[in-house]
Design a protein around this ligand. Structure first.
Ligand code: KG4
Ligand code: ZN
Length: 334
């Protein structure tokens, strides 16, 4: 059978990325231009600055990717693009680039939901086995998604307010840690002790999450201690926060596995890089005899390899866009 090469483009937040993936599973080349250093000074991503930098970078990133792969557009079968959700100005840059290339080189245009991309990052390392549960934990999402077959998504639950990654970043900010704070909180948590008492989020029967109460509790605690002139033990607070956040995610995941006869759990999104979460999810899967897949660290945060991989399976599912494709800042995965 002829091999299929998908060129993927991702620009939904602060990474400009292009990748070429063979048959949805094999990485040929990936280029990621990260803007972390630019946004660090502001403590978070500034949307207007992000889109301006995507404009600056995108043609170089695509060119470099083709050069690294030693390919031209003649070798490419289709172009996969993140159309949403994300920052609208950032998304627009990628979508317009993909539409232009699709028109010039007469290649099919495959629209990819950003979360489908995070899920399919796993197909670059292992075969997805159904029925599958995807735990999506990123800066913008905390969701439990069930899949009975390729490119079929059923949302079981999600966050009612803040995403877990966003909560990590806010906690990091109040602890004076640099953006992106998730990895720094994770590192501190491993040398601290769980000495602060923090509220357990959403105690209910659903698969939903709520992290804003936990976030506010940490922020209030820090402000109160500062006003009293008490020193904050950052590593202990990081450990206390991480323990509550991780156990909330693990508990809801356990319930979803039990009730849905799940055989394969995949974890996706930037927070999948979290060491504390990895350890607890591994324990859970051993205990429940469920096969577990984590993307390697390089595919956890935003990248175009996951978009090109998802694009392959989206194309097989018959999904195709025309030049009227528009970016969407919010959109349900379906
Ligand atoms: O998936 P991603 O790159 O972007 C979105 O689609 O949102 O995820 C970025 C998020 C940030 O909030 C970052 O702080 C968090 O992932 N993150 C982590 C870790 N590494 C990245 N959070 C906790 N622990 C980590 N080790
Ligand atoms: Zn992402």
């Amino acid at each position: 059978m002829k091999d299929t090469y998908i060129l993927g483009i991702e620009s939904s937040c602060d990474e400009t990325s292009c990748s070429i993936i063979k048959n949805g599973t094999e990485e040929i080349a990936t280029i990621i231009s990260s803007q972390i250093d630019i946004h660090k000074d502001y403590g978070g991503v500034v949307p207007e600055i992000a889109s301006r930098n995507h404009v600056k970078n995108i043609t170089f990133v695509i060119e470099e990717c083709l050069n690294e792969a030693k390919m031209t557009f003649d070798d490419i079968d289709a172009i996969a693009i993140t159309y949403g959700p994300g920052l609208i100005g950032s998304l627009l840059v990628g979508v317009e680039a993909a539409k232009t290339l699709s028109f010039i080189f007469d290649k099919p245009l495959i629209p990819v939901h950003h979360i489908a991309g995070h899920i399919y990052a796993n197909s670059l390392v292992s075969e997805l086995k159904f029925p599958l549960l995807a735990l999506v934990v990123s800066g913008g999402h905390t969701e439990l998604i069930k899949m009975d077959k390729h490119y079929s998504f059923e949302k079981l639950g999600g966050t009612l307010d803040d995403a877990v990654g966003e909560c990590y970043d806010k906690v990091a900010r109040v602890l004076d840690l640099e953006y992106p704070g998730g990895p720094k909180v994770d590192k501190l948590a491993h040398i601290g002790k769980c000495t602060y008492n923090l509220p357990v989020p959403l105690k209910d029967d659903s698969y939903n999450f709520s992290f804003s109460g936990l976030k506010s509790a940490v922020i209030n605690l820090v402000h109160n201690e500062e006003q009293r002139g008490n020193e904050i033990r950052k590593e202990d607070l990081a450990c206390s926060f991480q323990t509550v956040a991780v156990s909330e995610i693990v508990n809801k995941t356990r319930k979803a596995i039990e009730k849905n006869n799940i055989k394969n759990l995949i974890v996706a999104g930037g927070v999948a890089a979290n060491k504390g979460l990895r350890e607890e999810i591994e324990k859970l899967c051993n205990e429940m005899n469920v096969e577990l897949s984590f993307p390697p660290m390089k595919y956890c945060t935003d990248n175009a390899a996951m978009i090109a991989a998802a694009g392959y399976f989206a194309m097989k599912d018959g999904r195709k866009a025309d030049l009227s494709l528009n970016s969407k800042s919010t959109d349900t995965l379906k």
